[in-house]
Design a binder for this molecule. Structure first.
Ligand code: PMP
Length: 806
């Protein structure tokens, strides 16, 4: 290896140079000639070229079923098992790349969606040559199958005896690919681009190959309208090895790249001089043992070991080089990986050789080389699909969006564009389209559900709009909002008003919850959403809401604040909705009903079928408050939003997320309803601090299950221990992070005595159905223990003095 010590950054570009493709011009001319032959003589040209270039005399181009049949028997059982395992891993990783089709209503009545549709005809090139790369067929065939490409053709060069590697045929069979053509090199690409009698022309060509194959793919892309996976060149690896690296491992990784071919690119960066020496020694020792040592030695002669001052410099070099494979042979690989900006695929730590990704970990090994990792990704499921966008406007949609488009089209001087809208708007006003679209029912989904539900004064009002909205992201000089341009008092800068639309949070939250971002409203706590929902629907002094006691007190508070009447529909003794709930509600003129599930203070989930009946029959909004849903073993009602336009689901960051101090609650609902909530919300209801912290928390969402599991353990433990206390009569089953407990003695006295001992719980004795009950929040193990200990003491001291109170 050539060794460079602390090269000046101005010399880096020279060190990052890949071996120049020497005879590029001759290669291009030869490839053009081959395309000409294939265009003129089709299959006959392929047979001639096989004899000339592969030294193979072929009787037919297509692998026959007899050849397939004998192939399996020739593949050893342990190799078959290994391939099967690799296939499962690659399938698992690529299947996870599927994106659900997401429908978004960008404005009321304007529905846009995007659907992944497979590329219809794909050609997979599998190199044969010195080593038949059956792994490439796995890497291309698995995503092609998962994407659902209807036509998949494999081309691979024949061996001199006219056969194709039995392992390649085994893999093809495993993937259900039955069209394998014995054609290699540029002629394979020409056949796939042009089509012959046996090789169908395809839409996209995948696969690595030598200089001729690469040049042919480029020609096919440039002149024949065929897409290619990516420009491919010789394979390459860059290893970042600090003093913690194992020189033997590093040398093995370098060699595993070098054995691909004499033109393979191998680079090692280190900040430790001794690592270079040890790696050199290991290279010599291991090279001697390799069957492909000739090839590897040639590649190593062009390879580079570069000594740099520190990790940051090594990363800067690597990002500038943009390697196909990047190995981070350091103890802190995970941290370094966050700084990687250009690379095809990255291998972290000392136990992750590139070889695992080449074969079987699950990631794809078809990756950008030659510095293309700066702008290309490797092959993935996406490479085999097109994302087609769709849209449909309802009457309401055309009415709101039409004028916007007319204005823009006129400003661009494209009168026909404007007319495409104007004609339809004019037709609408004559009402002939109105009938058509209501007949389809599509318009009703958007506006009808809320007729008579939204307070008339809200319908009339204009939403508050700040100048910041209009000029969002435009001017660096913002002198519109009377902020203090000099900065903030205190350590952090909060001198600017926050994003009134909280877009970043909505995008992340939408992804996490599987909803669209315009189905999300963010409130200053879900308490704010509760308040706004009442104000959105109820005219003070006139309308009413329904609550189902015992339940969360804020619903009534919000109603009282707005001078809105409260109708009560009490829960049954086991805290479920009464059998006639749907009937009572259907007959009620109330504008909305609050249903809390899991319910506070009782802890139980409301039966889903009862809720569903209400959703189908009640004419008002059905607000399902899921503040405690993270602790429950039931699917969220957010999954049913598309079915029920009047459903609103409330959730909060105050409970399982442990972020009560941020004050952030969420309402999920149909976009049109969210648009109404946005219209009446205070302009900057979510502070910049809350927005920042929430984004950080969403990035850390994977830790949520751990914390939740710990709280659930605490709940189980309390639920087991509490009934053993003599003063505890009953512990109600709970799907939340608290327990409702009925005492056999005066619960208020228990409450007072707990308080005297410094333990504050919630006294619920006056709530309907909760006589004798306290609500105990699950705390830390220590707090739970203190609570149990205190209750045991209270029981022992005062059982006789405390009469039962109902
Ligand atoms: N809903 C229920 C059922 C609650 O118990 C609470 C808080 N105790 C809330 C909503 C309000 O939560 P937030 O902190 O998001 O305002």
């Amino acid at each position: 290896m050539q060794v460079y010590s602390y090269p000046d950054p101005s010399t880096w570009p020279a060190l990052q140079q890949r071996a120049a493709a020497a005879e590029a011009l001759q290669v291009a001319a030869r490839v053009r000639d081959i395309f000409g032959q294939v265009r003129e003589r089709g299959d006959a040209a392929l047979l001639t070229l096989a004899a000339e270039l592969d030294k193979a005399t072929l009787t037919g181009l297509v692998v026959s079923s007899a050849e397939f049949a004998t192939a399996v028997a020739q593949v050893p059982a342990d190799l078959q098992a290994a391939i099967r395992q690799a296939k499962i891993n690659i399938e698992t990783f690529h299947a996870a790349q599927r994106e659900p089709e997401m429908r978004v209503e960008t404005m009321p009545g304007v529905v846009c969606f995007r659907r992944a549709v497979p590329v219809q005809r794909v050609g997979l090139y599998v190199p044969g040559g010195s080593a038949p790369l059956f792994s490439t067929l796995l890497m291309l065939g698995v995503p092609a199958r998962l994407a659902g490409c209807p036509e998949v053709v494999v081309c691979t060069p024949p061996q001199p005896d006219g056969s194709v590697s039995p392992v390649i045929l085994f893999v093809a069979q495993l993937l259900g690919i039955n069209k394998v053509v014995k054609v290699g090199g540029a002629q394979a690409v020409a056949a796939l681009a042009l089509g012959t009698d046996t090789v169908p022309a395809v839409d996209k060509i995948f696969g690595p190959g030598n200089r001729y194959v690469t040049a042919a793919k480029q020609l096919a892309a440039a002149e024949y309208g065929v897409a290619i996976d990516m420009p491919a060149g010789p394979s390459e690896v860059l290893v970042i090895a600090d003093a913690s690296a194992n020189p033997g491992f590093v040398a093995a990784d370098l060699l595993s790249q070098a054995e691909h071919g004499a033109d393979s690119q191998v680079v090692v960066l280190t900040d430790s001089e001794s690592i270079i020496e040890q790696v050199q020694a290991e290279l010599e020792r291991q090279l001697a043992t390799l069957p492909r040592r000739e090839v590897a030695a040639q590649a190593l002669a062009n390879s580079r070991a570069i000594l740099l001052s520190d990790a940051a410099t090594m990363l800067a070099f690597s990002n500038q080089y943009a390697p196909e494979h990047l190995i981070l042979a350091t103890d802190n690989a995970e941290a370094l990986a966050t700084q990687v900006t250009n690379a095809g695929s990255v291998f972290l730590g000392h136990l992750t050789p590139e070889a695992v990704g080449d074969y079987a970990s699950g990631t794809n090994h078809t990756l950008p080389t030659g510095g293309y990792a700066r702008q290309y990704s490797g092959v993935s499921l996406d490479s085999f699909v097109k994302k087609i966008t769709f849209q449909r406007l309802s009457v309401a949609g055309l009415q709101v969006l039409g004028p916007v488009v007319e204005t823009m089209a006129e400003a661009e001087g494209l009168a026909a564009h404007a007319q495409a809208v104007s004609l339809r708007l004019a037709a609408l006003s004559k009402e002939n389209l109105q009938t058509e679209s209501t007949a389809e029912g599509q318009d009703s989904t958007f506006s009808k559900p809320y007729v008579g539900l939204i307070r008339p004064s809200v319908e009339r009002m204009q939403p508050y709009s700040s100048a910041r909205d209009e000029f969002e992201g435009m001017a660096p000089v913002m002198l519109d909002a009377n902020e203090n341009s000099l900065g903030s008092v205190g350590p952090d800068d909060f001198s600017r008003y926050p994003d009134p639309h909280q877009r970043a949070i909505k995008v992340d939250l939408a992804r996490l919850k599987g909803v669209a971002s315009n189905q999300i409203f963010l409130g200053n706590g879900s308490d704010e959403a509760i308040d706004l929902l009442v104000r959105l629907t109820c005219t003070p002094g006139q309308d009413s809401i329904v609550v189902c006691p015992p339940t969360y007190g804020m619903y009534e508070v919000a109603a009282n604040l707005s001078d809105v009447r409260v109708e009560r529909l009490p829960l049954t003794a086991d805290f479920q909705l009464p059998a006639n709930a749907a009937e009572v509600l259907a007959a009620s003129k109330a504008k909305l009903v609050f249903l809390c599930s899991p319910n506070n203070p009782t802890g139980n989930l409301l039966a889903a079928d009862a809720l569903e009946t209400i959703l189908r029959s009640f004419k008002g909004l059905v607000v399902v408050d899921e503040a405690y849903a993270d602790f429950a073993a039931a699917p969220s009602w957010t999954t049913r939003l598309a079915e029920f336009p009047r459903l609103v689901v409330l959730q909060t960051f105050s409970k399982a997320w442990g972020l009560a101090g941020l004050r952030l609650g969420v309402a999920y609902a149909a976009p049109a309803l969210i648009a109404y909530l946005d219209k009446i919300k205070p302009p900057y209801n979510i502070s910049a601090a809350t927005q920042q912290h929430t984004l950080a928390a969403l990035a850390g969402a994977p830790s949520l299950p751990e914390m939740r599991a710990e709280l659930l353990n605490g709940r189980t433990w309390l639920a087991t221990e509490l009934p053993r206390l003599p003063i505890v009569e009953h512990v109600f089953p709970s799907d939340a992070n608290f327990l409702l407990v009925r005492f056999s003695v005066d619960a208020t006295a228990v409450y007072d005595q707990l308080r005297a001992r410094g333990i504050v719980v919630r006294n619920r004795t006056t709530q309907p159905g909760c006589a004798g009950c306290l609500r105990l929040t699950v705390g830390t193990d220590t707090e739970n223990e203190q609570l149990l200990q205190a209750l045991a003491e209270i029981g022992a001291e005062q059982t006789t003095e405390m009469p039962v109170v109902r």
